[in-house]
Design a protein around this ligand. Sequence first.
Ligand code: VG1
Ligand code: CO
Length: 543
Amino acid sequence: MTINTVQTTAIEGQKPGTSGLRKKTRVFMQPHYLENFVQSIIDAIGGVKGKTLILGGDGRFFNDRAAQVILRMCAAQGAKHMIVGKDAILSTPAASNLIRKRNADGGFIMSASHNPGGETEDFGLKFNGANGGPATEGVTDKIFERTKEINTYRILETHDADLSAPGKLTMGEMEIEVVDPIADYATLMEQLFDFDAIRSLLQGGFRIRFDAMHAVTGPYAREILENRLGAAAGSVVNAKPLPDFGGGHPDPNPVWAKDLMEVMMGQDAPDFGAASDGDGDRNMIVGRGIYVTPSDSLAVLAANAHLAPGYQAGLSGIARSMPTSRAADLVAEKAGIGCFETPTGWKFFGNLLDAGKATLCGEESAGTGSDHVREKDGLWAVLLWLNILAAKKQSVQEIMQAHWAEYGRNYYSRHDYEAVPTEHANALVERLRGMLGELQGQVFAGLTVESADDFEYNDPIDGSTSSRQGIRIVFADGSRIVMRLSGTGTEGATLRVYLERYQRADGHLDLAVDDALAPVVKAAEEIAQIQKYTGRDEPDVTT
Ligand code: VG1
Ligand code: CO
């Protein structure tokens, strides 16, 4: 076996975004593309010599080839032990759990998450640190710097490792341990939740439907929901992971999980519906006849988490990404616990979780999680919901109504304008930045601007600052507009417009969301001239 040192040249555009590097699969398949990026990660973390690392991915097209390259590069550079999911598959939360449980130095996760997969779609790679969480901004900056100067990488010349069954192998001097991707994760879930109570619920006629969207959670959901908890066979649908996710967008929202929405809104709907994304870290929650926005879901989970054994001591605090609605803040305030507002992306929650400042975290994009791992976790959220439903013996609808009656309701929606020419999207944002100083006191669609800024986050734990994290406009009645550009897309720019309007508990709690938000939508258009800059009359996706 020979270690090859391969000459290469820096490749432009290898800057990790909100969650790792995502590109068209064919871009990743170009000569040296993946290798350059992997070497840059290895260099940025000070090498892998003697280290133990986790490797897995969501099973999308090129997952299998990329895994062999990463193994050969780690073997060439002295890694001691690689723990790999069977067939190089691990959901993102399962990978995070393995890093922590096995005291690994970090892990590679091959996924572009909610982005579509396939040879003509997207691929991605990210690195998580020893705490199990996404590399911090500091580390991703280092990786990017390294991609700009790299001129060689090292790789072992050898056969593919057989990852098709659990067991131990070697590659050069490196030990490879192939593990069952589900077992440790399922055990962790059993420790956190009251499986007996959930089992009684499910066996007492409570029907569920979990849509795995042909992505990585299918086998996890089958094992946990059907095999261990006794949900009726067939409760998990689209359970077979496919390299192209069956041609769909594995993004659990009412638009891309349309089938599930139709079933849940239809006649004889199950009591509870849920879906997860490509890599299993997102969740969508739907009750019979009621969609729960992710922001509301975070608030409800926070208010009721103590009903699950793993959280019975209560929460130390709650953290949410800035564009997520302020529903969780109201729960934190009432409970007298800490409340944190971070930039978009799970990497910003890691320090708060490590320091014990927050127990639950969430994002409006259907990501919820806790300190049990350092990633958002789709099935975890589903199980916490089921645990709460079992304990409260109420329907999803009743739980939501009671929640709003206690805290008031944050009507919320996100409008996405996808594949907008980058210059146009940048021009819109630049124009807004230039206007921020003058907005206060101005009236748009009857709403008076109380404050306007470009969100800057000062990490309370490590003191680092992340600026330009999104334009935030708050109105006197508590309504809010946030605008930012996506950091996960692979084509042009995606403008995300987040809209929120609060109604107090004694206000209107049962408006149609569109009606409730109409003035905020109008104000957003007046302020940002979205139609003019994007050339669109309406958003491509509304969630
Ligand atoms: C999106 C979401 C963000 C999430 C990120 C990764 O980022 O808005 O909340 O953390 O995806 O999720 P952006 O920059 O496109 O808005 V996942 O499940 O795709 O890794
Ligand atoms: Co994901």
